[in-house]
Design a protein around this ligand. Structure first.
Ligand code: ZN
Length: 156
């Protein structure tokens, strides 16, 4: 059985940047379960997993365009310091916006604070070491919900 549209696949993965720094890994955790072909994963991962079979071990190189996007200066925003009240603001602090996205402080000025709403991995080339553990066909209910049920998925 191959990974194709509407397969549920269980994979182990380790994500590194081009300097070999480990950014994320499922090692020591439950494998990642996802439904293929419906946007559960970034496009570059789905491309690399397409057609693979159980037991396959391989590397997927993902460009920013097929990963978390390129960095956009449009997502840098200056916010008046007053908006933060009495809070002490430091470089690298992260805040959740009212829209639910996360922004990072990239510049602290006297009157204004610059925050960056780019994804932390925007502009980064990603290297995934992947192992395919299991493949099955998604149920109707899983496809309706858009996520995996049972082991490694939602319980509800
Ligand atoms: Zn569900």
């Amino acid at each position: 059985m191959q990974i194709t549209k509407h397969s549920v696949a269980a994979i182990h993965y380790t994500l590194t940047d081009n300097n070999g720094n480990v950014l994320d890994s499922s090692t020591g955790r439950d494998p990642l379960h996802y439904i293929h072909g419906i946007g559960n994963l970034i496009p570059g991962m789905e491309d690399g997993l397409e057609g693979r079979t159980k037991g396959d071990k391989f590397n997927i190189k993902v460009s920013p365009e097929k990963g978390y996007g390129v960095k956009s200066d449009d997502l840098l925003q200056q916010v008046p310091r007053l908006a933060f009240g009495d809070q002490k603001i430091e470089l690298g602090m992260q805040f959740q916006t009212n829209q639910g996205s996360v922004v990072t402080v990239t510049k602290v000025g006297l009157d204004s604070i610059t925050v960056d709403a780019n994804h932390p991995l925007a502009g980064v080339e990603l290297n995934f070491d992947v192992e395919v553990l299991e493949i099955r066909i998604a149920t109707e209910e899983e496809l309706t919900h858009g996520h995996v049920h049972g082991p490694g998925g939602h319980h509800h």
